[in-house]
Design a protein around this ligand. Structure first.
Ligand code: 5GP
Ligand code: ZN
Length: 115
C-alpha cells in the first residue's frame, strides 16, 4: 500500500470501483473511461510504479497474467480475443503510477500504433 495511490485505494475498497475479479494478490475492475466495449484494468496488490519497476518481481507479473487468463477463460473475450496494454511514462500517456494492465476488447479493435 502506497499512500495517496489511487489504485492502492481502489484495491482496499477505500475508493469504490466496479470490481470484476479479486484474489489474494490481484484485482480487476472496470475502467472509468472505457476506450472499447470492454475495458478492464488488472492490478497487483503490491505497489510498483510501472512495468519496469515491477520487473523485479516476476512472480507478481505472472500472477497478473494468471488472473487475466482465469477471468477471460470461458468468456467471449477468450474466443473473440482482446488486447493487453501497459503504459510507462509520458510518451505512452501513463496517468496512474501503480502498474496496471488494460484489458481491452468486446469488439474489433483498430490496429495498434501511432495516433
Ligand atoms: P494509464 O493512462 O495510466 O495507462 O491508465 C489509467 C487508467 O485508469 C485510465 O484508463 C483511466 O480511465 C483509469 N482511471 C483513472 N481513475 C480511475 C478511477 O478512479 N476509477 C477507475 N475505475 N478507473 C480510473
Ligand atoms: Zn499503489
Amino acid at each position: 500500500m502506497s499512500e495517496n495511490c489511487l489504485f492502492c485505494k481502489i484495491g482496499t475498497g477505500a475508493i469504490p470501483s466496479q470490481k470484476i475479479f479479486e484474489n489474494e494478490k490481484v484485482f480487476g475492475f472496470v475502467d472509468i473511461h472505457p476506450q472499447a466495449k470492454t475495458h478492464l484494468l488488472f492490478v497487483h496488490k503490491t505497489h510498483t510504479s510501472n512495468i519496469n519497476d515491477m520487473s523485479k518481481d516476476s512472480t507478481a507479473i505472472a500472477e497478473v497474467f494468471q488472473a487475466i487468463a482465469e477471468y477471460t477463460k470461458d468468456k467471449d473475450l477468450s474466443t473473440d480475443g482482446f488486447r493487453v496494454v501497459t503504459n510507462l511514462g509520458p510518451n505512452a500517456g501513463q496517468t496512474v503510477f501503480h502498474t496496471h494492465f488494460h484489458v481491452v476488447g468486446g469488439e474489433p479493435l483498430g490496429h495498434f500504433g501511432r495516433r
